[in-house]
Design a binder for this molecule. Structure first.
Ligand SMILES: Nc1ncnc2c1ncn2[C@@H]1O[C@H](COP(=O)(O)OP(=O)(O)OP(=O)(O)O)[C@@H](O)[C@H]1O
Ligand SMILES: [Mg+2]
Length: 663
């Protein structure tokens, strides 16, 4: 079957009843999902519109869509659902909004919006305290608890406090006709589990379900899967317990074993051949992960050549480390003709990208940083989105509050507080209260005028919102809202203004693109809702560029050359995991990193770090000692090879300089 091995073929062919593919990195689990979708459609067992595949990120969804499109000819793939749990939850809620107690066009609060609501509900609380409460509330939601259940289950005083806050926070969300990210899973679960008709309807809609990276589902997502699959359980889940790296976000790899308990007829398929990594890389990965406890040890072998030994670099500090990485990339590109996109540099924490960026820029190496300063977090983008949200949903008070103050107009905090009071008395959302002449009369004339001006603009745009193409709406609203001219006034230089206006153009482009790819030609307001689910990394595609990303972000990907920097005790494993006994998860993280490499791998660590103005010593990661020495080549271990390499590198360097002079 299309170059699949026998085990993969079994997993693909098994279309009735539940299937779990449990296998190590690079063994072709994602490939099984892609082939299986193609097979289900081609065989006519399920039309594309009755198949849903769940991926861990939007980016992975996009990639899978492209891979499937290559396997299925023509329009047979139309209507296929490939998305994240959150996006599927959103889709479900958009259809079932009435059952979920929401009105059409409800808003999605991102983590920032949620935090600001909680802050508001905790007057005087320090940011740390707000954050702590936010994560407790989120944990309760991810465990699938309603406010009432959270209250009943609370044991400690803190949990009682969190449960009470959860109830007030939820009341506020529903007053705003809004949901947060966690609700995109929790509410569908509540609906599907509590309403048999609704569940049946969705099982009819989604005849076959496939889930990638199943080890990283949290409890609420697992329940969503179970509720959607129903007792018949027509699904294929694939996962690897050794790659579970999201425990901190509530992921529970136990769900893999739970599947067998919930579905006694579960067919478990194991894959043992790794097609990705060189043999050395794979042997090193296997040796590392063997240090974690395993109920069922996995065997994973590779028919690939041994390949180069794994380079272990000891560097002075992170700047030196970055220079070596950039130098090596430059060398392999120039001397061996590797494409920039063949390289990936991985790190534990996002702050580690800075020295790398500097070093790459110095050598003029094009790079792409995933999950950097989130595009959607930029002020002008958030402003434009608030406007869009308000156009979509007049009851979105959070959007109103942001839009009415961007750009600033003569509507101050006092006016808004007064308006909120009036709105509450009249039981209306803020934007409706601001439109009511009767209510405005109770405000000072200047503020009332300013509000009137604002609502005129909103009304005008709302009239055009359904008529204009999505991208055009973004452009018009940037102009007509005054956002653009405020931005111009605010920017000290033309260059800066260009960059920030560029962000708004990018938003418009994104809308144009997204509207073109959604089947129903989604309106700008639908898009504004789904945009909340996207991250910078998802939206922004890398071209022929070196990729910089966190180990967490690298899940599922593969590259010819992989560098992992900062392999130090305290960095990887991370400081916080040393005393909390979460070493196993850190080890899995390194396992994920190592198994991204197809041909060659570099692990580097620094001797010193600068912190709070003073230097301090760093020790190499304890994980390095867990790798088989025979597969490693440490600095200085092979002076002859080192010298030869240096010479080759110098030659390439001279050639480059000569070429530059000739230009
Ligand atoms: N039967 C096969 N023959 C040849 N190549 C294969 C086969 N199966 C998978 N591959 C290739 O092996 C590589 C790894 O496959 P895939 O990404 O599906 O693995 P995975 O198990 O999902 O990995 P991860 O655990 O990292 O998510 C890909 O390049 C894929 O094309
Ligand atoms: Mg995969």
């Amino acid at each position: 079957m299309h170059g699949l091995n026998p085990q993969q073929s079994i997993a693909v062919a098994q279309c009735d009843g539940p299937v779990l593919v449990l296998a190590g990195a690079g063994s072709g689990k994602t490939r099984v999902i892609v082939e299986k979708i193609a097979e289900l459609v081609r065989s006519g067992r399920y039309p594309a519109k009755r198949i849903a595949a769940i991926t861990f990120t939007n980016k992975a969804a996009k990639e899978m869509r492209e891979r499937v499109a290559r396997r299925i000819k023509g329009d047979a793939a139309d209507g296929l659902t490939i998305c994240t749990f959150h996006a599927l939850g959103l889709k479900l809620l958009q259809v079932e909004h009435a059952r979920a107690g929401l009105r059409r066009g409800f808003s999605i609060f991102d983590a920032d919006d949620a935090a600001s609501q909680l802050k508001d509900l905790m007057p005087g609380a320090k940011p740390d305290a707000v954050q702590a409460m936010q994560s407790l509330v989120s944990r309760a939601k991810n465990a699938g608890l309603s406010p009432e259940q959270a209250k009943a289950e609370a044991r400690s005083a803190r949990e009682h406090e969190a449960a009470a806050l959860y109830a007030r926070y939820q009341a506020r969300l529903s007053a705003f006709n809004a949901v947060d990210f966690d609700d995109l899973i929790r509410l569908p679960v509540e609906l599907l589990e509590g309403d048999a008709d609704c569940a049946l309807g969705w099982r009819e809609r989604i005849g076959y379900l496939l889930v990638d990276e199943c080890q990283d589902t949290n409890d609420a997502q697992y329940r969503m899967l179970r509720a959607l699959a129903g007792p018949r359980g027509n699904f294929t889940c694939v996962g690897d317990d050794d790659q579970s790296i999201y425990a901190w976000r509530g992921a529970n790899p136990e769900n893999l074993s739970q599947l067998a308990r919930d579905y006694p007829s579960l067919r478990v398929v194991k894959l043992e051949q790794n097609y990705r990594c060189s043999n050395r890389v794979l042997r090193a990965a296997n040796a590392l992960i063997a240090h974690n406890p395993h109920e069922h040890p996995k065997t994973l072998w590779s028919a690939q050549p041994d390949g180069e030994r794994i380079r272990v670099w000891e560097c002075r500090d992170s700047a030196h480390e970055a220079e070596r990485v950039a130098g090596e990339i430059h060398f392999l590109h120039t001397a061996r003709g590797a494409a920039w996109s063949d390289f990936c540099v991985l790190f534990r924490g996002n702050h580690q990208s800075r020295p790398l960026e500097k070093a790459l820029q110095l050598l003029r190496i094009p790079y792409h940083l995933s999950g950097g300063t989130a595009f959607l977090e930029r002020a002008e983008v958030k402003d434009a989105l608030a406007w869009l949200r308000l156009l979509a949903n007049p009851e979105d008070d959070a959007a109103f509050l942001r839009a009415v103050q961007s750009p600033r107009r003569e509507v101050g905090a006092t006016t808004l507080a007064k308006l909120a009071e009036l709105a509450q008395q009249a039981a209306r959302p803020l934007s409706r209260a601001a439109e009511s002449v009767g209510l405005l009369k109770q405000l000072p004339a200047r503020s009332a005028n300013a509000l009137g001006g604002f609502t005129d603009i909103v009304r005008g745009l709302r009239g055009d919102a359904t008529r204009l193409p999505a991208a055009e709406l973004v452009r018009q609203l940037s102009e007509r809202s005054g956002l653009l001219s405020a931005l111009r006034a605010q920017c000290k230089s033309d260059a800066l203004f260009k960059i920030r206006r560029g962000n708004l153009d990018e938003l418009a482009d994104w809308f144009e693109h997204a509207a073109g790819t959604t089947p129903r030609g989604a309106s700008a307001s639908d898009l504004a809702a789904s945009l909340a689910l996207l991250t910078h990394a998802d939206r922004n595609e890398a071209g022929n560029q070196v990729r910089l990303m966190s180990l967490h972000g690298a899940k599922g990907l593969e590259f010819r050359y992989v560098f992992i920097v900062g392999v130090e005790d305290g960095t990887l494993p991370h400081e916080a995991s040393l005393d909390e006994g979460r070493l196993d998860e850190e080890r899995r993280l390194l396992y994920v990193g190592i198994t991204r490499a197809k041909e060659q791998l570099w692990l580097s660590h620094a001797r010193e770090a600068q912190r709070w103005g003073s230097r301090h010593k760093l020790a190499p990661s304890r994980f390095l000692d867990e790798l088989p020495a025979a597969e490693l080549q440490r600095d200085g271990a092979d002076p002859v090879a080192d010298a030869a390499r240096k010479q080759e590198r110098a030659d390439v360097g001279f050639a480059a300089i000569r070429a530059m002079l000739a230009d």
